[in-house]
Structure formats: C-alpha cells, structure tokens
Write a protein that binds this ligand. Structure first.
Ligand code: NDP
Length: 429
C-alpha cells in the first residue's frame, strides 16, 4: 500500500474519496460498485444471515487515515454512526505517526472453552480424574475438529477448577473444565463449541457428574493484543496549551479513570468508540469483543481504565492498551458480508493476530483523541461542530442545505435541533 497519509481527504466528495482509496490500495470494479451501492448487503444475503429479516441497517463507513503500526501503513475502515470518531482517530494517528507510529504485539491466539459439571460425589476426586485424562481429552477434542489441527491450531492445554468450594457460598459446588484452543485466524466460537460439546459424555463418565454448559468463554485472556505509543510533548501542543500541559492532563485523566469506575466507564467507552467500528466493519462479533474488554478492565478486582498513560524519563507521553481480542479474519459474517470483504482488502492484513493488533492501536488512538480534547478545549467544541450536520439532517435539511444550516448552527453557537428547524424553515420559505 502507498502511504495511509492522504492530505485533505476529508474535504473531498464521497466520489473523490473512493477514487483516492482506489489509487492507494487498488479495488476491483465490483468492490467500487458495492461501495457505491444503496444495497451493499443484498436482502437475499441478509435473509440467510439472521432470522425474520425485513430489511438491512446501513451504517456510515469511514476511513481512519495516517495509521503507521510497526512501520506498516494502514487505512482503517470504521463503521460507526457517531460523528467525530473517525476524525479524532485520524488526527491522533497523524500525531503518533510523527512520533514514529504505534508498536503492537499479540499473544498466541488461544481461546477458552468451558464445560460445567455438577452433582459429583467428590469434587476433588473428579478434578484429579479429569486432570489425569488431560492428554486423552485434548486428543479427543482435536479429533472432533481435525481441520483446525491441520491449520496449526487445536487444543493446547486443559485445566480444572472447583467453584463455590466454601461452605459460605450461596451456590452449589461445580467443576469447570477449561479447554485452551488455538483457533488460528478464526474467532473460533464454532470450533470451540464443537470441541467442548464432544467432550461432554467422556467428562460425565470420568467425573460421575452431570454436564450442563459447554461453550466458549468470551473472557479471552489468553488471546491478548497490546499497543503502545511514545509521544514527545512538542507534538502535543494544542492551541494555547503547551505540550507538557496536555501530556500531564492526559496522565491526570488516566489516573482519574483508573481510580473511579464512574469515570472509567466513560473513558473505556471512548476506547470502544475506536474498537467497535473496526470490529463491525471487518464483520466480527462486537458483542464478544465488548464483553471481553470490559471484563479485562476489571481483572484487578475493580473496574479500571483499559489504557495506561505515563511519562517516561525523557518526558514523553507513553500510552499503552492491552485487551483480549476474540476476532477473526475468517468465519462468521466475515466472508459473507460484501462490505466486510472490502474492509479486509482495505486493511491488507494477513492474519487475525495482525487485525487484533491494529484494533488495539485504533483503541489507543481514540482514547488519546478524547483525552486530549477533554484536557484542553473540552469535548463539545470539536464534537458538536461535527455533530452539527446530523442535527441539520434531523431538522429536515437535505442536499446543499445540510452544510449551510450546519455552518450557521456553529457560527451562532447553538447546535440544537430546535434551532436547526427554525433555520430550515427560513431557508425553505
Ligand atoms: P466459523 O465456524 O464460521 O469459521 C471458522 C472456520 O473457518 C474454521 O473452523 C475453519 O473451518 C475455517 N477456516 C478457514 N481458514 C481458517 C484459518 N486460517 N484459521 C482458522 N479457521 C479457518 O466461525 P467461528 O468458529 O470463528 O465463529 C464465529 C461466529 O460465531 C461469529 O459469527 C460469532 O458471532 C458466533 N458465535 C459467538 C458466540 C460467542 O461469542 N459467545 C457463541 C456462538 C457463536 P475448516 O477448517 O473446516 O475449513
């Protein structure tokens, strides 16, 4: 890919942007037709994807630009309804790019399948019996899904826990078997569920208990991706705010979020503002990613900031984000949804691990975008200016009227639907 830095992209028409995208990554005529289509997801396809279909629900697809991650250029497709998310991610990506770009890494892609066993006569004996059969159980799981083993994945480990062991517990004792599975480039829900379901009869035999649940855990804490950026203060100068003031403000904002769940929830929502649009655009299951991310933010016993911001000894601002990333580049809706296929082409990623790393880099950028605005002008100035067009549309503006009304709302510092309706009435008189 050529550079992901495309100056003035935001000022172009949609048509010109598609041409620039095509020049940068090279799309087929079919891809361009899908992007321009009013029904990019054909109703016949939608009808096969879920039940009781009556239509489709389109979202805007924007491009996060300027991303440099591990020295590689990325244009990031983002499907999102909220104004300013894409602009903010691109703004921070440009800033981080000037500081050398993001660095990322990921663990092996090991997901977890759970098997719940109740009614054991002796839970310690049952646990020991399962552990003694560990190798045979892993082998049986692999036989239930041999193709993933051929791809280099499959069951990698197994362990067992006893829950509600204490006499004070309000709930019944149970045994939980964890099967750890490398799902290669798939999110792996079907692989994992097939494997754990196949083990259930043997587990019942070994434990003399009754198996109830057999399903993956979305708390994918062995399938984690990390992103980092190091930014010299001079790149953080914003209006009359010095780089050091912005840097210190960001660290204070992080400390607030890391100490207070009321703030952490909003702080982390801002991170998911970057993550979800990429997860959605690439056809992945954003509920799975959301659930895992928030659980991971609570891993030390209270709900805390997903990111960490600090100052290194050279005075640079250092940002880090580590999250479970149960996403894939194959499976589910990824190869079914025509836009998702184009999104993968735009990203030009080679593996699920690479996609996971790109996603956390976007989350880190999005967090800095929000914090930088919050510790300087406040979020409303930039956000509301971008929101003004949605307000104009909500008030009934169409065509060229949208930008005219939006600009008036900004100049009169009244970005409200009521005000926009008055302006629309005046304009159409
Ligand atoms: P699929 O079963 O659709 O796809 C995975 C399959 O793709 C693999 O089994 C493999 O099959 C094939 N494949 C092709 N190339 C590769 C590769 N390089 N690496 C790995 N597999 C490859 O999808 P998933 O199992 O990933 O399941 C995801 C879906 O499950 C999502 O739609 C999600 O919403 C849904 N889901 C989520 C749940 C949750 O999160 N709790 C629960 C249940 C479902 P083969 O080897 O046979 O070719």
């Amino acid at each position: 890919m050529k550079s992901s830095r495309i100056p003035g992209f935001y000022k172009k028409t949609v048509e010109e942007r598609r041409e620039l995208l095509n020049e940068t990554i090279g799309l087929t005529e079919d891809d361009l037709a899908v992007l321009s289509s009013r029904q990019a997801l054909p109703i016949e396809t939608a009808d096969k994807m879920i039940e009781n279909v009556v239509g489709t629900f389109p979202l805007p697809l924007g491009l996060g630009l300027n991303f440099l991650i591990n020295g590689k250029e990325y244009i990031i497709p983002m499907a999102v309804e909220e104004p300013s998310v894409v602009a903010s991610a691109s703004h921070i990506a440009k800033l981080v790019r000037d500081a050398g770009g993001f660095t990322t890494e990921a663990t092996e892609r090991v997901m977890i399948g759970q098997i719940q066993v109740v009614g054991c006569a002796d839970y310690d004996v049952a646990k020991q019996a399962v552990l003694e059969m560990k190798n045979e159980l892993m082998e049986a799981a692999n036989q239930a899904y041999p193709s993933i083993v051929q791809r280099g994945g499959g069951a990698k480990d197994l362990d067992v826990r006893i829950l509600n062991d204490s006499p004070e517990s309000n709930y019944g004792k149970m045994l939980v078997v964890h099967l750890y599975i490398n799902t290669c480039d798939a999110m792996g829900a079907n692989i994992i569920n097939t494997m754990v379901e196949s083990l259930a009869p043997t587990i019942e035999e070994i434990t003399s208990g009754k198996v109830y649940l057999r399903i993956l855990s979305n708390y994918a804490d062995r399938c984690v991706a990390r992103a980092k950026c190091v930014i010299p203060p001079e790149l953080l100068v914003t209006g009359e705010y010095s780089g050091e003031a912005v840097r210190d403000g960001v660290v204070h904002a992080f400390e607030f979020a890391d100490s207070d769940p009321y703030r952490a929830v909003t702080h982390n929502k801002g991170i998911m503002n970057g993550i979800d649009p990429v997860v959605i655009a690439t056809g992945n299951d954003w509920r799975a990613v959301e659930a895992g991310a928030h659980a991971y933010a609570s891993r030390y016993g209270s709900y805390r900031s997903m990111t960490k911001w600090s100052v290194d000894k050279e005075g640079n601002l250092v940002g880090e984000l580590e999250l479970p990333m149960s996403i894939g580049t194959v499976g589910g809706a990824i190869r079914v949804h025509p836009i998702s296929q184009i999104a993968h082409k735009i990203l030009a990623i080679e593996s699920a691990s690479e996609l996971a790393q790109v996603i956390v880099a976007v989350g880190l950028a999005q967090n800095l975008g929000a914090l930088k605005a919050l510790v300087t002008d406040g979020i409303q100035k930039g956000h509301m200016a971008l929101h003004s067009r949605s307000v104009a549309i909500a008030a009934g503006a169409t065509g060229e009227m949208i930008d005219i009304i939006a600009e008036k709302l900004i100049s009169e510092k009244e970005i409200r639907v009521g005000k926009a309706k008055e302006l629309v009435e005046q304009y159409t008189k």
